[in-house]
Design a protein around this ligand. Structure first.
Ligand SMILES: NC(=O)c1ccc[n+]([C@@H]2O[C@H](COP(=O)([O-])OP(=O)(O)OC[C@H]3O[C@@H](n4cnc5c(N)ncnc54)[C@H](OP(=O)(O)O)[C@@H]3O)[C@@H](O)[C@H]2O)c1
Length: 229
């Protein structure tokens, strides 16, 4: 099997930023593997929709088995799938708190663990979706903040472990972006004070098209009105 073109994996491709990223990469002539539980309506010859629950070890292994039928290497891995719920420490259930850790930390861990076999030395670029909530606390956002702080620790450690491979790790830490992730949040945050997905793609494109000797250890960006809340 030869590497004819550029291959990308995007987790969480069924909605929001993952969907935008997948569509952007298709326009840039990547063959895109999209992973999610609910699937994507993208109708494009270079898009391969894969059923995957990133919280499940075996589901992520099966996903990579499918990818292995198409290519031996990935030029780009976008660890994007994530969940966000709000609730006070006192009122939040252990299940919801744990779901944040399972999706936002264990999920990316599974993708890195089993994605290792698909790294192309000196080529693969691994991009993570962290958050401004991985830098500071917010009222009623403890589960999400805890998960994004932990994700940053995972990324920083893996970058050190894989240094000799010459792969790149870039982390995006945006403020609020107007995507479906906000739909189930009861607090009425002003959408006009959020970035929109096009703003996000502007930054994403800069990272993806950067010279191959560069990585972005952490890019913070947010709406000009400041932190939401
Ligand atoms: N929007 C923001 O304000 C914002 C700001 C900073 C960072 N982020 C980060 O950006 C990423 C994408 O967020 P978004 O705003 O695009 O959210 P979104 O619209 O809710 O999309 C989340 C995606 O994650 C997938 N996902 C969730 N759990 C999954 C699981 N167990 N296995 C596989 N896929 C799963 C969902 O697919 P299925 O449900 O189909 O599985 C969906 O495609 C997240 O990591 C989020 O933390 C978002």
């Amino acid at each position: 099997m030869k590497l004819r073109t550029k291959y990308a994996l995007v987790t969480g491709s069924s909605s929001g930023l993952g969907l935008e990223i997948a569509q952007y990469l298709l326009e840039e002539d990547y063959i895109v593997f999209g992973a999610s539980r609910s699937g994507t309506e993208i109708d494009h010859g270079n898009f391969i929709d894969l059923d995957c629950d990133v919280t499940k070890d075996t589901s992520v292994q099966s996903m990579f088995d499918e990818i292995g039928k198409e290519t031996y290497g990935l030029n780009l891995i976008v660890n994007n799938a994530g969940i966000f719920e709000m609730g006070s420490v006192v009122n939040m259930s252990s299940e919801v708190f744990n779901a944040h850790l399972e999706t936002n930390v264990l999920g990316p861990f599974h993708v890195l663990k089993y994605g290792h076999d698909f790294l192309i030395e000196n080529i693969t670029h691994i991009i993570h979706l962290s958050s401004i909530a991985g830098k500071r606390g917010f009222e009623n956002v403890s589960a999400y903040c805890a998960s994004k702080f932990a994700l940053n620790g995972l990324i920083e450690s893996c970058r050190e472990e894989w240094k000799s491979l010459g792969v790149r790790f870039s982390t995006l830490s945006p403020g609020a972006i107007d995507t479906p992730i906000w739909e189930n949040i009861s607090d009425d945050f002003e959408r006009s004070k959020m970035l929109d997905p096009d703003d996000f793609i502007h930054v994403f494109e800069m990272v993806v098209k950067s010279p191959p000797n560069m990585q972005f250890s952490d890019i913070n960006f947010l709406h000009k009105s400041g932190v939401l809340g």
